[in-house]
Design a protein around this ligand. Sequence first.
Ligand code: SAM
Length: 284
Amino acid sequence: MNLWFTEHHTPHVRFSIQVDRQIYSAQSEFQRIDIFESEEFGRFLTLDGYMMLTEKDEFIYHEMMVHVPMCVHKDVRDVLVIGGGDGGTVRELLRYGKIRRIDLVEIDALVVEACGKYLPQTAAGLRDPRVSIHYEDGLKFVRHAHDAYDLILVDSTDPFGPGEGLFTKEFYGNCCKALREDGIMVNQHESPFYAADAEAMQRAHKRIALSFPICRVYQAHIPTYPSGHWLFGFASKRYAPVLGVDWARWKALKIPTRYYNTKLHAGAFALPTYVEEMLRHVEG
Ligand code: SAM
């Protein structure tokens, strides 16, 4: 048998993984959900045919989304995660004993149910008593939150379909209001490499820069995302992402990681020249 999952990264580029078998398939109110099993990447989740995570490389995305802001901010107690129904982001947050509350706002209950059954590697932490799951649109949820969180992590799908609203000026402005005076927001920021992704990335950066005084971008290598070169947005009310960070404090926590380390954290903010130019272009 010769079964392949194929995603179009552009109209002229395809990315394929050989599949052993399909484990799950369903159409929810919001999107088509599939889980496959493969030799090279283990199990993987796709939504509407787009890769969300694989068991082999999800640690890169989730560690970089969580440990960068957790190293910068010394006192994170209350966290809001928007999207992230697979549970990988929550799993990394739960490594911090100081965090007392995690609100996960996921639009699609079926993603949580499917991951709970078939992707325990990421989903196991969702049952932790510190986690409250709200099945709601993140865009609507943040309209009613004020001065409530130290950290917001926008672990969304791409800027079309149900995730579209999570890339708007209104959403970023409301996230800023939902954060305390020294709060940080990190979002998945798309890729700078292919033209359509780069445009989405620039649009998001421009909108975030309108709401936050500190607005930076950092990078990671994620093999199963388009081009493998992925960006994260770091938006902050007080703390800079590298300057003045107490690296020793984070190291003393002895959090186990496979990708993140403090040297890589500092280096991840050093961007290729073409990416810096793209960002400068929209910063005005
Ligand atoms: N790491 C992944 C990536 O970047 O490809 C994202 C994974 S996570 C599964 C994304 C989640 O965001 C999905 O489960 C999806 O249902 C959820 N989502 C999309 N739009 C949303 C919205 N407006 N409000 C809350 N959750 C949303």
